[in-house]
Write a protein that binds this ligand. Structure first.
Ligand code: GUN
Length: 293
């Protein structure tokens, strides 16, 4: 039996429509959500991501402020820019694209972002709030994964969830979100023993390791929900380049109950969640200022 294919492109499109409608209402009330996007250096992949983020922000009516800085930028200069953006009333969200060039102290830069404007959810304040179960800005990729899981299974209580990967951006916050939703959560990583056995006993598998087809189809428990965060570029024998996930989709699709494709699964949800975090940050800023229009 073939799995339900979870269409992230369609889900992200629906989410963007809701964001555009809310942004139009806010704009009528005099509140234009604003997103500052900071790109340092000329990493080609980052340039593509940042281009998509600003284009989609514009499409839903979010005002974007682009800051492109040379790779020679110092930590002090970048911290200075972030401080200016923290003070700007037109900016409700600040995104500093990662990875930053090797010479820059990334933790210092990220910890300078006002937690209320930290639409990536990377600041220790938001990380801490998420783990305490308090209201927090949640990192975009795990938030998008959770929305896709909920599309096929709204109640996750008691589900055995396996997160493969322990990054600060995806693996750790993903585990927290699943825990918040009453799953029994395991985090696997490069030193984990017997990953196939862990997969075989999991009702939900979120793969975020960044290695093409690292998760074999026959490791998947029949009927499981499989969320593939990997975006890996591979070149076929005939020289054609294409994107594949961390899961061997062609085989996993015959065992899973539901699975995200690559491309067209998690990827589109990440940017839609960034836009949603920005609109929410703008609304909270207005509430804090006491102006509820
Ligand atoms: N680089 C790769 N993914 C992300 C992300 O979600 N946010 C930022 N700021 N940089 C990234």
């Amino acid at each position: 039996m073939s799995a339900t294919i979870i269409d992230g492109r369609a889900a992200a499109g629906r989410l963007r429509q809701r964001i555009a409608a809310r942004t139009a209402e806010l704009t009528k009330e005099g509140l234009i959500p604003g997103l500052a996007v900071v790109l340092v250096g000329d990493d080609p992949a980052s340039q593509i991501y940042v281009g998509s983020k600003t284009r989609q922000a514009q499409e839903v009516g979010i005002h974007h402020f682009d800051h492109r800085l040379p790779a020679t930028t110092t930590t002090a200069q970048l911290v200075g820019l972030v401080k200016q953006l923290n003070e700007s009333p037109e900016v409700h969200g600040i995104l500093v694209q990662l990875p930053l060039p090797a010479g820059i102290n990334s933790p210092q830069v990220l910890s300078t972002i006002d937690p209320a404007k930290d639409v990536d959810g990377f600041h220790a304040c938001n990380v801490g709030r998420l783990s305490l179960g308090e209201e927090a800005i949640v990192p975009c990729t795990p938030q998008g994964c959770m929305m896709l899981i909920k599309e096929v299974q709204p109640d996750l209580a008691g589900q055995r969830a396996l997160v493969i990967g322990r990054s600060n951006i995806v693996g750790k916050p993903m585990a927290q979100l699943l825990l918040r939703n009453d799953c029994t959560v395991t985090i696997a990583h490069s030193r984990t023993r017997d990953l196939p056995a862990l997969c075989q006993e999991s009702d939900i598998v979120v793969a975020a390791i960044g290695r093409p087809k690292a998760i074999a189809g026959d490791w998947i428990r029949p009927g499981a929900i499989v969320i593939d965060v990997g975006i890996n570029r591979v070149t076929d024998d005939n020289g054609t380049s294409r994107l594949v996930g961390d899961v061997d989709f062609a085989n996993a699709v015959n065992r899973a109950g539901a699975i995200t494709p690559v491309p067209g699964g998690v990827g589109p949800m990440t940017i839609a969640c960034l836009l949603m975090n920005t609109v929410h940050a703008a609304i909270r800023a207005r509430l804090r200022s006491g102006n509820t229009v």
